[in-house]
Design a protein around this ligand. Structure first.
Ligand SMILES: Cc1cc2nc3c(=O)[nH]c(=O)nc-3n(C[C@H](O)[C@H](O)[C@H](O)COP(=O)(O)O)c2cc1C
Length: 324
């Protein structure tokens, strides 16, 4: 099998990451991807608030399911002191429990890099364009996750090719995130020069993910044109399936929210209000009542996803595509 810098740094067999997903990263999914040779990333708010584990106990539960490496996602936007303290604590507990691979998103990753490097760990940072990549490089990260315009969650503005071309001279391994739902697409990005891929949507349509069956089926049935960006969830565009629920609510923020987001002094409050609201809203959406539509986050890779499979089987099929 093809080996890349990501394999070496993360200590894994297949250069494939199951990206952090709020609210979809349940511990069984994270463990299944790692057990099969990829690496599952823990989303701490999912683990604690959605799936009901105390953080350390949740990590130990995953460790009982697999002894292979797992990763942790640190969202490091400076929103509040309480949140920053909690994230610092989660990083510490992760290190104590043996986690050595970290994915940071938003903000400046330097404090995570400093702490994790001292413990011999690795930090990759999510970026959507070169200016954030330069900041992350200056912060000392070991690799970059290039989030493109096809991604689930908060997508970026650029295609996988554009991002590769504008980031590959930085001397850091690049992981492609967005739009990869089938083995051939995985192989294609590795052929382009990426050191690996981070997938989200593909891993929701698995037996281990405990999202509602209607949500998983909607992913299998959706095509690319069914993915729209809504601002109503977090104030910035998030990719969701354009179901009856989304159509009913529309995809634009209301006028008050828009006004608050435009102004420097009120922007911060509005972001906090959105963050709290969306955390509650999305927790509910994970288990929407059978037959009812809700906010179902998914990226354009839906067009390549044709069935609900065990996560380990997905990893093995992807691995087979790069067995040169
Ligand atoms: C439901 C959902 C929730 C996500 N939540 C997070 C998150 O909490 N933190 C994060 O860094 N990325 C998050 N992402 C992004 C994924 O980690 C990954 O980069 C992305 O899904 C890749 O695109 P794909 O869905 O086309 O495979 C989320 C994606 C989805 C689909």
């Amino acid at each position: 099998m093809r080996q890349t810098e990501l394999n070496r740094q993360a200590g894994i067999e297949v250069p494939l990451i199951c990206g952090a997903m709020y609210p979809c990263s349940n511990p069984e999914l994270v463990a299944a991807v790692s057990a099969a040779g990829g690496i599952g990333i823990v989303q701490p708010i999912s683990l604690t608030y959605v799936h009901g584990h105390e953080y350390r106990e949740g990590l130990r539960y995953i460790r009982r399911l697999t002894s292979k490496p797992i990763g942790m996602n640190a969202l490091i936007e400076q929103s509040s002191r309480v949140y920053r303290e909690r994230m610092t604590r989660w990083v510490e507990v992760s290190l104590e429990e043996g986690v050595r691979f970290f994915v940071t998103s938003l903000g400046n990753p330097r404090w995570v890099v400093d702490r994790v490097s001292r413990a011999g760990g690795i930090v990759y940072h999510d970026v959507t364009e070169r200016k954030w990549a330069l900041k992350a490089r200056d912060g000392g990260v070991h690799g970059l996750i290039a989030v493109n315009s096809r991604a689930g969650g908060h997508a970026g503005p650029k295609t996988p090719r554009e991002l590769y071309d504008e980031l590959h001279d930085l001397g850091l391994p690049l992981v492609c995130a967005g739009g990869i739902g089938e083995p051939a697409a995985f192989r294609a990005v590795l052929d382009m020069g990426y050191a690996g891929a981070q997938l989200g949507t593909r891993f929701i349509a698995t037996t281990e993910c405990n999202a509602a069956d209607d949500y998983k089926r909607a992913i299998v049935e959706a095509s690319e044109g069914d993915i729209v960006l809504t601002e109503r969830l977090t104030g910035v565009p998030v990719a969701v399936i354009n179901n009856a629920y989304v159509q009913q609510l529309g995809t634009k923020s209301g006028p008050v929210a828009r006004w608050m987001l435009r102004h420097r002094r009120t922007k911060h409050w509005m972001r906090t209000i959105y963050a709290l609201r969306s955390v509650r809203r999305l927790k509910k959406s994970l288990h929407a009542a059978e037959g009812g539509a809700d906010y179902w986050q998914a990226g354009k890779s839906v067009s390549q996803i044709h069935g609900i499979e065990p996560a380990g089987q997905v990893v093995r099929e992807f691995a087979a595509a790069i067995a040169d």
